[in-house]
Design a protein around this ligand. Structure first.
Ligand SMILES: NC(=O)c1ccc[n+]([C@@H]2O[C@H](COP(=O)([O-])OP(=O)(O)OC[C@H]3O[C@@H](n4cnc5c(N)ncnc54)[C@H](O)[C@@H]3O)[C@@H](O)[C@H]2O)c1
Ligand SMILES: N[C@H](CO)Cc1c[nH]c[nH+]1
Ligand SMILES: [Zn+2]
Length: 427
C-alpha cells in the first residue's frame, strides 16, 4: 500500500481534498448515467431488459421475482443462514427502535396548540447491490428501518443473476418481510424507481448503496424523488499506532477493499514502522483472497497509509477524509470519540472489527461515502418519515399577536398577509 511519509499536515490535507474531489466529479460516468436514465424514461421495461442484457449478460422476461421463488428459497435455506439472518435482524431492530421519533404537542401558550406529527413515506424503493457480490445483509439494513417507520409500500430492486436472484438474497427478503422484488440493477433500476415503468412502480424515495453508477444515478434523480445519501464504493479509515496488531488492521482494511476496485482502504498513523508492518501484511494477505483482483486494484488505486507527526494530526487528517467507516485501533479508544467530527460509522477498540458492523452489531451499514459523511448520516428510521407541523389559535391568542404579524407583513410589502389576519376582526 502507498505510504505517504515526510509530509506536512497541510500536504496530507491537500491530497485528501484532491482525492475527495475525484470521487465527486466523474464526468464520463455522469454522461453514461444520464443516457441510461433518459432511455428508461423513454422506453421503460424494454430499456431495463436491454441494459440487463448489456451489463449483466442476463435475458429477462419478467422483471418481478415471483413470491413463490422467495418462499421456496426460504424453505430450502440452510439453517445456519436463517439463524445468522435472524440474529442480525434482531440486533438491527433493537438498535433502530431507539431511533423512532414520536413528534410532539406544545400547548404552553394560552389559546395556542402547536406541534409536529411524524408521518411515514407512502412508497420507498430499496436498492440492494448485487453486481460483483450479493448482499443479503443490505436487505435487512434497508428494509428494517423502513418497516419500523411504518412505510406501507416497500419495493426492492437488485441486479439480475444468470441463474436467477441468489437464494440467500431471497431468503433475506423473506426474513425481512419484503414481497415486491424486481430483478434489475444499476442506474437503470434507479431510473425505474424514480420514474416508474410498465412493471416497476414509481416511489417517493430511493435508499440503498451501490457502485459508482448507482451512486451517480441517485444524485441525478434527486428532486424527482428523495434519496437517502450517496452510498457509493466502500471505504474504511483506520487510526492506529504500535499498540494495535498489524495483521488485524491489514485484515480490516482488506475487508473493504474486496468490495470494489474503487473501494478506499486508508490508514493514518503516527508510527512509520507500524505503517510498514501493515503494508507488508496487506501484501501477504492479498495472496490468499478469493477477491484478490478487486482488492488489489482497490489497494493499488485508492489505498494509502499516511504517517503523521502526532496522534492529533492523525485525527485531523481522518476528519478531513470523513470515511464511511472509521476504526480507532488505539488503547482506550472510547476517549477519542468526541474528537470525531466526520465519519459514517465508528468502530472503537481492537475487537470492533468493521465487519461486525456490516452484519450483526445493529447500526446500519448503509453509509455515506466519498467525503459525504461531512453532511450525510447513516441510513435510519428518520430516512423513511416526514415531519408535518401543525398549529391552532384561539381568536384571543391571534388578537394578541395580530400587530406583530401585520407589522412584519407590511415591512415585507405583503398587504394581503396583513389583511388575512385582520379579516378575523373586521366585523
Ligand atoms: N456505502 C455503503 O453503504 C455500501 C454498502 C454495501 C455495498 N456498497 C458498495 O456497493 C457497491 C456494489 O457494487 P456492485 O458493482 O457489486 O453492485 P451494484 O448492484 O452496485 O452494481 C451492479 C450494477 O451496475 C451496472 N453496471 C455494471 N457495469 C456498468 C457499466 N460499465 N455501466 C453502467 N452500468 C454498469 C449493472 O447493471 C449491474 O447490475 C460496491 O462499491 C460496494 O462497496 C456500499
Ligand atoms: N461494508 C459495506 C458497506 O460499505 C457493507 C457490507 C455488506 N456486506 C458486507 N459489507
Ligand atoms: Zn463490508
Amino acid at each position: 500500500m502507498k505510504i505517504l511519509k515526510n509530509q506536512t499536515l497541510d500536504q496530507l490535507l491537500e491530497q485528501v481534498d484532491r482525492q475527495t474531489d475525484q470521487q465527486a466529479n466523474q464526468p464520463e460516468v455522469e454522461a453514461t448515467v444520464a443516457g441510461i436514465i433518459s432511455n428508461v424514461i423513454q422506453n421503460g421495461d424494454d430499456a431495463l431488459r436491454d441494459y440487463s442484457r448489456k451489463f449483466d449478460k442476463v435475458e429477462l422476461t419478467d422483471l418481478r421475482v415471483p413470491q413463490s421463488d422467495i418462499d421456496a428459497a426460504y424453505e430450502n435455506a440452510d439453517q445456519d443462514l436463517i439463524d445468522a439472518l435472524n440474529l442480525a435482524k434482531n440486533n438491527i431492530v433493537s438498535y433502530h427502535k431507539k431511533e423512532i421519533q414520536n413528534g410532539f404537542v406544545d400547548a404552553e401558550q394560552p389559546g395556542v396548540v402547536r406541534g409536529e406529527k411524524i408521518t411515514p413515506l407512502a412508497a420507498v424503493g430499496l436498492y440492494v447491490p448485487g453486481g460483483t457480490a450479493a448482499y443479503p445483509s443490505s436487505i435487512l439494513m434497508n428494509v428494517i428501518p423502513a418497516k419500523l417507520a411504518g412505510v406501507s409500500k416497500i419495493v426492492m430492486v437488485t441486479p439480475p443473476q444468470k441463474n436467477g436472484i441468489g437464494q440467500a438474497v431471497l431468503t433475506a427478503a423473506k426474513i425481512a418481510g419484503i414481497d415486491e422484488v424486481y430483478q434489475v440493477g444499476g442506474a437503470q433500476a434507479i431510473a425505474a424507481l424514480a420514474y416508474g415503468t410498465q412493471s416497476i412502480p414509481r416511489v417517493d424515495k430511493i435508499t440503498g448503496p451501490g457502485n459508482i453508477f448507482v451512486a451517480v444515478a441517485k444524485k441525478q434523480v434527486f428532486g424527482q424523488v428523495d434519496i437517502d445519501m450517496i452510498a457509493g464504493p466502500s471505504e474504511i479509515g483506520v487510526i492506529a499506532d504500535d499498540s494495535a496488531n498489524p495483521r488485524e488492521v491489514a485484515a480490516d482494511l482488506l475487508s473493504q477493499a474486496e468490495h470494489d476496485k474503487l473501494a478506499r482502504p486508508m490508514m493514518v498513523t503516527p508510527s512509520e514502522s507500524f505503517a510498514q508492518a501493515v503494508s507488508d501484511q496487506i501484501d501477504e494477505q492479498l495472496k490468499t483472497l478469493p477477491r484478490e483482483e478487486i482488492a488489489s486494484a482497490s489497494v493499488e488505486n485508492k489505498g494509502f497509509i499516511a504517517v503523521t507527526d502526532t496522534l492529533d494530526e492523525a485525527l485531523t487528517v481522518m476528519n478531513a477524509i470523513s470515511p464511511e467507516h472509521l476504526e480507532i485501533e488505539l488503547a482506550d479508544a472510547m476517549q477519542y470519540l468526541n474528537q470525531i467530527q466526520n465519519a459514517g460509522s465508528v468502530f472503537l477498540g481492537f475487537n470492533a472489527s468493521e465487519p461486525v458492523g456490516d452484519y450483526v452489531a445493529g447500526p446500519n451499514h448503509i453509509l455515506p461515502t466519498g467525503g459525504t459523511a461531512r453532511f450525510f448520516s447513516p441510513l435510519g428510521v428518520s430516512d423513511f418519515v416526514k415531519r408535518i407541523q401543525f398549529v391552532t389559535y384561539s381568536k384571543a391568542a391571534l388578537k394578541k399577536e395580530e400587530k406583530a404579524i401585520t407589522t412584519l407583513a407590511r415591512v415585507e410589502g405583503l398587504e394581503a398577509h396583513a389583511r388575512a389576519v385582520e379579516s378575523r376582526f373586521a366585523d
